[in-house]
Every structure is written in structure tokens, then in C-alpha cells.
Design a protein around this ligand. Structure first.
Ligand SMILES: O=C(O)c1cccc(C(=O)CC[C@H]2O[C@@H](n3cnc4c(=O)[nH]cnc43)[C@H](O)[C@@H]2O)c1
Length: 223
């Protein structure tokens, strides 16, 4: 790099499935600072595929993006959630006194570490999305291995994790791989369905993908 030149920000966006990737790509309008790759569904696939991508190219930021479920009273269908806490919600043990996380058990950490610079980044992206007229809120985004399908499970998660705002299946895996490389990570979810009793006929995937597309176009203005 010659004097006066600044290194370009390079951002890796990981989506679970190709329709999410395509929505993000449409929003990015071929902005060459971004790569959008498939994570696969679930935390393990997401961690492996993110780690592979980070081993082959240099990035300054990683984003886990896609659709997700919104917790009732927190995130409505068609809204956007930007994680201020990326955490795995079902890694631990069931006990007669209820769920015990890996943190409680002393085996590890359920949360991706978020430092002050990421808090500032989350605030900056949130502001830009609000200015663009997008209905975005921040809150904990839960990574689960099984999509919640009952009201009881939704209440159990919302009670156990104060402020639970959305759930999806990849954020913790993407985040784990990013943090392993010392990189900051964001999670962005466009809400396609409510967390609760399973009724696939109520999922609004197309609407959520449209919101994800617009949100991705805002990302090109933020960075
Ligand atoms: O059926 C389709 O057309 C279709 C199109 C795009 C995506 C899907 C998925 O099922 C993707 C699964 C993906 O979405 C996340 N997700 C969405 N809602 C929830 C939820 O309520 N709980 C957990 N995860 C959710 C998740 O990250 C999956 O990877 C289908």
C-alpha cells in the first residue's frame, strides 16, 4: 500500500440459503466491497463455511444475514432486527430445575463477545436503517438448532432470555468463526414469521426477503 492510500473495507455476508443470498446481492448492487456466501442451515454448517471463507480472503467485518422468527411483542413480521447480542439459546442441559446453559454448566459461553466498537457499529447501522425508513430494532437474536414450533417453547425462551427479539439458526456459528479470527460480527434478520405455534402458511418469506434487500442497500451507504 502506498502512502496516503487507505485499505478498503471488505465485508463478508453469510446467508443460510440461496434466496437470502440473492436478496442481499440485489440490495448490494454489485458493490465490490462485499462478498456474499452461503453458510448453510444451522450453526455447525455456518461456522465451518464462515471459517473456510475467512481462511481464504481478508475481511474486516462479518455479517450473518437472513430471515428469522420474531418474538411476539418484540419484532413483527416485515420488521428488521439487528442483534445487540448474538447467542446460542439451546446449548446446555435440561435439568429438573429447567434449562442450564453452557455458561451455567461451566463449559463455555453462549454469547458472542460484543465490545464497544461493535455496540457503536450496531448503533450506526440502526440509525442508517431508520433514516432509510426501515422498521429496525435491536435486541438479542437467539441461535437455535430447532425452529420453535409451540407457544410453550416461545414463552420458555422469552422468559429465560430477557429481551429475546428474534430467533434464527446461524448467527452463533458465523459469530464463533468471526471471533476466532478476531473479527467483528453483526447479525441482521428480516422477520418472516412469528416465534410460536408452527403454521407455515403464515410465513411471509417474500416480504422478509424484500426487506432484507432494502436493508442490504443501506449497508452500502454505511460502510
Ligand atoms: O421455503 C422457502 O421458500 C424458504 C425460503 C427462504 C428461506 C427458507 C428457510 O426456511 C430458511 C431457514 C432459515 O431461516 C431462518 N429462520 C426463519 N424463521 C425462523 C424461525 O422462526 N426460527 C428459526 N430460524 C428461522 C433460519 O436461520 C434458517 O436458516 C425457506
Amino acid at each position: 500500500m502506498s502512502c496516503g492510500q487507505q485499505s478498503e473495507v471488505r465485508i463478508l455476508i453469510m446467508t443460510a440459503v440461496s434466496v437470502e443470498r440473492d436478496a442481499v446481492l440485489r440490495g448490494l448492487h454489485s458493490d465490490s466491497r462485499f462478498d456474499v456466501l452461503l453458510a448453510g442451515v444451522g450453526s455447525v454448517a455456518a461456522a465451518v463455511n464462515t471459517a473456510k471463507a475467512l481462511a481464504t480472503s481478508e475481511y474486516s467485518l462479518v455479517i450473518s444475514a437472513g430471515i428469522g422468527g420474531g418474538f411476539p411483542g418484540r419484532a413483527e413480521v416485515g420488521s428488521l432486527v439487528l442483534a445487540n447480542d448474538i447467542m446460542v439459546a439451546d446449548l446446555g442441559a435440561e435439568t429438573s430445575e429447567g434449562f442450564r446453559s453452557v455458561d451455567d454448566l461451566g463449559f463455555g459461553c453462549s454469547h458472542i463477545q460484543i465490545d464497544a466498537s461493535i455496540v457503536e457499529l450496531v448503533e450506526r447501522v440502526t440509525r442508517a436503517m431508520l433514516v432509510a425508513g426501515l422498521p429496525v430494532i435491536t435486541g438479542p437474536v437467539l441461535t437455535v438448532s430447532t425452529v420453535t414450533g409451540t407457544a410453550e417453547r416461545a414463552v420458555e425462551l422469552a422468559t429465560r432470555i430477557p429481551g429475546a427479539t428474534a430467533e434464527a439458526m446461524e448467527g452463533f456459528g458465523v459469530g464463533f468463526a468471526a471471533v476466532d479470527r478476531g473479527l467483528p460480527v453483526l447479525e441482521l434478520r428480516a422477520i418472516s414469521n412469528m416465534v410460536g405455534p408452527r403454521d407455515r402458511s403464515t410465513w411471509r418469506i417474500k416480504d422478509a426477503l424484500d426487506v432484507l434487500e432494502v436493508a442490504s442497500s443501506v449497508l452500502t451507504e454505511v460502510f
